[in-house]
Design a protein around this ligand. Structure first.
Ligand SMILES: Nc1ncnc2c1ncn2[C@@H]1O[C@H](COP(=O)(O)OP(=O)(O)O)[C@@H](O)[C@H]1O
Ligand SMILES: [Mg+2]
Length: 534
């Protein structure tokens, strides 16, 4: 369906990628991964015809409909929600506009009448009469209240709502090819699940850039890896790609063992993996892979994983935190209403809510940044907390110092520069990097620096608000493993399903009033929640 041959792209002389030869076919979903700046968005722009490649060709079967969700979500600000969605089928919107223009003419001629009849026929043919209903269904499916917002202008929507509308637009055109650039970034977990289901049933070709491992695992039949100027295709989902690339890394390092032994180990792994997974489409692809796989063909990645580990300087006593009846209203909206819970040592609690502001507000209260309207809380005397705020702006804005000077005050006075460099190095800042002024850092770099700061504290309680925003997959995996292995207590909120599922031992859902508090994994909680009435 999409055939790419000898594709290369240079921005200002340096090739971003070259010698790309790939084929994307119907019924498959390709997860596009790669570090920040690797060229994922650029690659999608070439496929959509938005950008010309330096050499090579992209050929797509004629009469193929393609929809694109771009990474920047600020287009169409002046349009209504309805027109934005309908714009997913540009011809339909054109016909509607032309019809409207004709009907408002004062001197409606016979010729106009004929034209109008033509347009009406085309409109009906395209399913124009159901268009509004269909648009509403898509919006409702994504968790929006279509009736309330259809005629609202895009600029009046929040970021999350905008992404959902743009996604509905991309899906509305019933495309054969769907290109989605980081669709899950601003979506809540329910909307991500809806999208997963949608894509699972989608019969065309999907290319999707995402940093959400659970999403990639659920929807992808293939992984497209952009790394060091090459774009390579692997069969299987992200977990499979990750595990097998890790395994191959170990094998390459371990020179002593016989080659055949390594291949056998790999094949055993693949067999186990294929047997574990229920999705038959993916399992079949994997079985095919076993037949032709050789060690050289597996992803020998040049990626570097930051190393995240939180050590407690001293363990906390029995009392960690008691929260009693906290309520808080922000901008006229009651985001916390009578929230109570007791935290025990070693709890790893994921807070969830339909309203992300509820978690952020709770954490800000617990960290003493704002005061509750009602209620109280008490930290155990032996606890020490490190806080990872969702918005880290105040830590960087107006700061002139470099990384090393920025982080120094957060450590004990006698901490050696080499120790600080060690903490920065684990987060992949090395050599002269540490002299970069902090205000020029990218979103992902700032987050890594905040994590280095947290590791330095040696606290026994971590309070973490949306740590995976802005991070690439390697960093997300590193933070995920670091928090999972931490021996202390963790209170956190995250959009990343895998993160919540692998870390949380207890889930607290903040509800309209009060909380729903259960000791279980996230998937168990979701299952329970499907049937829970309350
Ligand atoms: N028009 C352009 N001119 C020069 N460089 C660009 C242009 N667009 C993107 N780049 C650079 O190309 C690289 C890849 O960008 P992008 O595709 O957005 O990365 P990704 O989506 O993988 O994070 C980045 O280093 C970016 O700065
Ligand atoms: Mg991008």
């Amino acid at each position: 369906m999409i055939n790419i041959s000898e594709l290369s792209l240079n921005f200002s002389g340096e090739p971003l990628f070259k010698d790309v030869n790939l084929k994307f076919t119907e019924g498959n979903c390709y997860g596009v991964i790669g570090a920040n700046g690797a060229g994922k968005s650029t690659f999608l722009r070439i496929l959509s015809g938005d950008l010309d490649a330096s050499t090579g060709t992209v050929s797509i079967k004629p009469n193929t409909r393609m929809s694109v969700l771009k990474q920047d979500h600020f287009a169409f600000n002046e349009e209504t929600v309805l027109n934005t969605v309908l714009g997913g089928n540009p011809r339909l919107l054109e016909v509607m506009h032309e019809k409207d223009a004709l009907y408002t003419k004062e001197d409606f001629t016979e010729e106009d009448g004929n034209r109008a009849a033509e347009l009406e026929a085309e409109f009906a043919e395209m399913g124009g009469w159901d268009a509004e209903t269909e648009a509403s269904q898509l919006l409702n499916g994504l968790g929006l209240d279509a009736d309330a917002i259809l005629y609202t202008e895009m600029k009046n929507l929040g970021d999350v709502e905008k992404v959902k509308v743009l996604l509905a637009r991309a899906l509305f055109g019933k495309p054969d090819i769907l290109l989605l650039d980081e669709p899950t970034n601003h979506l809540d977990i329910q909307a991500v699940r809806w999208l997963e289901d949608f894509l699972a049933d989608f019969e065309g070709t999907v290319l999707v850039v995402s940093h959400d491992r659970h999403f990639l695992n659920n929807v992808c039949t293939h992984i497209v890896d952009i790394d060091f100027g090459k774009i390579k295709l692997y069969v299987g989902n992200y977990e499979f790609w990750y595990e097998s690339s890790q395994l191959v890394q170990r094998m390459i390092k371990d020179q002593n063992r016989k080659n055949e032994e390594k291949i056998k180990e790999l094949q055993n792994f693949i067999q186990r993996f294929a047997a574990n997974k229920s999705k038959s489409r993916q399992a079949t692809s994997r079985r095919k892979l076993i037949d032709k796989l050789t060690v050289e063909e597996m992803p020998a990645s040049s990626r570097r994983y930051p190393w995240v580990a939180f050590q407690q300087d001293r363990e906390a006593g029995k009392d960690i935190l008691e929260v009693r009846g906290i309520s808080k209203t922000i901008d006229g909206e009651k985001v916390l209403d009578n929230v109570s819970f007791i935290v025990r040592r070693g709890d790893k609690i994921a807070f969830i809510s339909d309203n992300e502001l509820a978690m952020t507000t709770l954490f800000q209260i617990l960290m003493g940044e704002i005061k509750p309207d009602e209620g109280s809380f008490k930290w155990g005397v032996t606890t020490s907390q490190s806080y990872f705020p969702k918005d880290n702006n105040e830590f960087f804005e107006g700061h002139k110092e470099n990384m090393l000077d920025w982080i120094a005050p957060y450590s004990q006075t006698d901490t050696l520069e080499s120790t600080l460099r060690g903490f920065l190095g684990r987060m992949l800042f090395s050599g002269d990097d540490v002299y970069k002024p902090v205000r020029v850092l990218s979103g992902g770099e700032k987050v890594r620096l905040m994590l280095a700061r947290m590791m330095l504290f040696g606290s026994n309680v971590l309070v973490i608000d949306q740590p995976t925003n802005h991070l690439d997959l390697e960093s997300i995996t590193a933070v995920n493993n670091g928090v999972r292995d931490f021996k202390g207590t963790v209170l956190f909120a995250s959009h990343d399903h895998e993160f919540v599922q692998t870390i949380a031992t207890r889930i607290i859902e903040i509800r309209g009033t009060g909380v729903l508090d259960k000791e279980c994994t996230y998937d168990e909680f979701l299952e329970f929640r499907e049937t829970y009435q309350g």
